[in-house]
Write a protein that binds this ligand. Structure first.
Ligand code: GDP
Length: 462
């Protein structure tokens, strides 16, 4: 039985210059020919051909279009693919999709084009996920990282570890299968050192996720401080210096002002927690609770103080509040109002042991002084000892991390078996588990329900 031919609008919802309807499957060209008047039949592949979308109901021309046809297997999905570029009118696009459905196509599920690319062996699962990440990227750096993964950097990274593993498995299998023959059986030392090598490599990758997560998901920074210390000014300054290319859809956290800045390629979600103060008003309390939650949830907290007024009791209370929650920075704002030698006097802060030097940064939200240092400190706290190169050795995907952790779990069992000189058969069971976990990353052994979950996070038409 042939696969169903699927159809979807591949461009985002809304009006635009161009809107694309994409078809994939055995009947893609047939359906396109039925609806689009084209100068040649069969349509030339890998070429853009001008045509007319003729309304099947009236026989009248509805739009002038450009049709691109890709024959299997040299297409995005590995099947016959036809892309019809219309003018970006939602009415036309939806009507064209309806006409395709009338001719036997089926509406594509979210991510189904990419899923077919995976199922047809065009890309592995990690590459499919990278396509989603590329589409979702908010900074150029994120896009560069996703592009590397789209090219296969995840499987390249796993490859040496997998090779060591397969090597070990092969040796052990040989030892069993040819037990009678004179095949060299891997000695225990050799097995253990192989296991350790794999463990170290996979361990490094798991560890790298703490940075990779930040690359993919960004950082959140809660800004806190007394009224009038300059929180909003700093918020706007951080935002305007380099706003993320695409800001997140606002309004998810009511009462809290949230925006995304771009911190050297890392999306930095800024949360202005203006509402933090004690109150008995029930409505206001709700806002206060939200602010508090934002403080708890943030990766980093930034306490803004007014350096021209010095450190006071309220500042200290706020600092005490945020200290237990995780990493914090103190921005001594309005430093433009202080002669620079005065800043030393505020060293009283440190002498009281309240604030360590590395936690503190002098800034002026007004003049922009100290902002580069602040950005640097934020990055340093959030992502220590990492250089921001897209080709860096790190994983960004939580699913990959989980698979790696599972692999490490089975590896530990294998090691235990080796230490206790268990029969090789036992050891092999664990090693196959390791292999299986690694294979789920690229999708060699992934169950259908997991695939469903992964591809459902795509949008329709991808
Ligand atoms: P918020 O209540 O903490 O959000 O404070 P605002 O951002 O609204 O700032 C309060 C006042 O301080 C405003 O008049 C700002 O113009 C001023 N201000 C903010 N940052 C600076 C700064 O770095 N230097 C100076 N001189 N004034 C500032």
């Amino acid at each position: 039985m042939t696969e169903e031919t699927i159809v979807a609008i591949a461009t985002p919802p809304g009006r635009g210059g161009i809107g694309v309807v994409r078809l994939s499957g055995d009947y893609a060209t047939e359906i396109a020919h039925a609806l689009i008047r084209l100068p040649n039949n069969p349509i030339k592949t890998q070429h853009a051909t001008r045509g007319e979308f003729v309304d099947p109901a009236s026989g009248k021309i509805l739009d002038e279009v450009v049709v691109t046809c890709f024959r299997k297997p040299r297409s995005y999905t590995g099947e016959d693919v036809v892309e019809i570029s219309c003018h970006g009118s939602p009415v036309i696009l939806q009507y064209l999709v309806k006409c395709c459905l009338d001719r036997g196509a089926r509406a594509a599920e979210p991510g189904e084009f990419t899923m077919r690319a995976f199922l047809n062996g065009r890309i592995d699962l990690a590459q499919a996920e990278a396509i989603r990440d590329l589409i979702d990227s908010r900074t150029l750096f994120q896009a560069q990282v996703a592009a590397q993964q789209m090219e296969g950097s995840v499987s390249t990274r796993l490859k040496p570890h997998k090779e060591t593993l397969l090597n070990l498995i092969a040796r052990l299998e040989a030892g069993i299968d040819f037990a009678e023959d004179d095949v060299s059986i891997a000695g225990w030392e050799e097995i253990l050192s192989g296991l350790d090598q794999i463990q170290a490599g996979l361990g490094r990758l798991v560890e790298s996720y703490s940075f990779g997560r930040i690359v993919r998901e960004g950082l959140s920074l809660a800004i806190i401080g007394r009224p009038n210390v300059g929180k909003s000014s700093l918020f706007n300054r951080l935002l305007n210096e380099e706003r993320a290319i695409v800001t997140e859809i606002p309004g998810t956290t009511r009462d809290l002002v949230t925006e995304t800045a771009n911190l050297d390629g890392i999306p930095l979600r800024l949360v202005d927690t203006a509402g933090i103060r004690d109150t008995v008003d029930p409505v206001e309390r709700l806002g206060v609770e939200r602010s508090h939650q934002a403080l708890v949830d943030s990766d980093l907290r930034l306490l803004v103080i007014d350096a021209s007024q010095g450190w006071n009791e309220d500042d200290r209370n706020l600092l005490e509040k945020i200290r237990p929650l995780g990493p914090a920075l103190i921005a001594c704002n309005k430093c433009d109002l202080l002669p620079s030698d005065d800043r030393d006097k505020t060293a009283a802060l440190e002498s009281q042991g309240v604030v360590a030097e590395e936690e503190k940064v002098w800034i002026s939200a007004l003049t922009g002084e100290g902002l580069p240092q602040l950005r640097k400190k934020i990055l340093l706290i959030a992502a220590p000892a990492r250089n921001l190169r897209p080709e860096g050795e790190f994983i960004t995907n939580l699913r990959h991390r989980q698979a790696l952790k599972e692999a490490l779990g089975s590896l530990a069992k294998a090691r235990e078996a080796a230490v206790h000189r268990m029969p090789h058969e036992m050891l092999l069971l664990d090693l196959y588990e390791v292999l299986h976990s690694l294979d789920t990353i690229t999708g060699a052994t992934t169950t259908d329900d997991v695939l469903g979950v992964i591809f459902s996070t795509f949008c329709v038409g991808k």
